[in-house]
Design a protein. Structure first.
Length: 271
């Protein structure tokens, strides 16, 4: 019964572990615990002067690189999160470029048409009466109706011109909006290249982490057995791997910063 009760907690723990990024998981590969340090000290104590100095230097380098690894991992996580949130905002802003102006002008055109529709209906009805009067050959009625028609025609022309002006303004605003959106999206597309390079660097880091994991296993086995040769080899490989990882992580940081700059420039362009 206790086993079943503990299952939800267990599942939650597993899900949390699975949801952790590969970089964060890799950060737990090398943990320089006091017991590891003690075992290393015992092993390095069996080495002669120059070899012991080299081992100590390598271990100190590894300790520094491990700290740097975690710091850069956190920096990358924060930069990436901020960029993702900023992207959501800027993409919404792009969609909203001049949208309020277009909506306002669309409402104005619609309102204008509705306001003048009775005039257009009256003019249409009057023209039908003029046509009927003409067929009846009633000169007096035809003269009166034509005079009314000529007067109303001027009003209709003015109304149509007002509607046309508003429609032209709406069309121009829509065209400008489309151009602005295209330009903003073009600017924002500048994130694509660094994002591709980020993925490439992350792929390299994944491979390096796998190698570091194997080296770490060898290192722990070597210090348990106080095997100087294997300790030196595995420690050297670990330091080399972490230096390469540090280089790629720094590139990712710079690339994420480039993405941030592109997003900022896009926002500035929109405003």
């Amino acid at each position: 019964m206790k086993v079943f009760k503990s299952m939800p907690l267990l599942l939650l723990t597993v899900l949390l572990l699975l949801s952790t990024s590969s970089g964060a998981f890799a950060a737990s590969i090398t943990e320089l615990t006091p017991s590891i340090k003690a075992a290393f000290d015992l092993t390095s104590a069996t080495a002669e002067g120059p070899a012991r100095v080299k081992l100590t230097s390598l271990y100190n380098d590894l300790s520094t690189l491990k700290l740097q690894y975690d710091q850069r991992e956190e920096q990358i996580r924060i930069l990436h999160y901020n960029n993702e949130q900023s992207l959501i905002v800027v993409r919404q802003q792009i969609k909203g470029i001049d949208l309020e102006a277009v909506t306002r002008l669309e409402a104005s055109v619609k309102s204008c048409k509705q306001r003048y529709q009775p005039l257009f209906d009256q003019y249409s009805a009057l023209n039908k009466r003029i046509s009927i009067a003409k067929s009846l050959k009633n000169k007096t009625l035809n003269t009166v109706l034509r005079a009314q028609g000529d007067a109303m025609k001027i009003l209709v022309q003015l109304a149509r011109q007002e509607i046309s002006d508003k429609q032209n303004q709406l069309s121009a605003t829509k065209k400008t909006r489309i151009q602005k959106i295209a330009e903003a999206r073009k600017t924002l597309s500048g994130i694509e290249s660094p994002q591709i390079t980020i993925k490439s660097n992350k792929s390299v880091i994944t491979s390096l982490n796998k190698r570091a994991s194997a080296d770490w296993t060898d290192f722990k086995a070597a210090i348990r057995k106080q095997n100087l040769t294997l300790t030196t080899q595995s420690l050297s490989s670990l330091v080399s791997g972490y230096r390469q990882i540090a280089t790629h992580k720094q590139k990712i940081i710079e690339l994420e910063q480039t993405v941030s700059l592109v997003i900022a420039n896009t926002k500035k362009q929109i405003s």
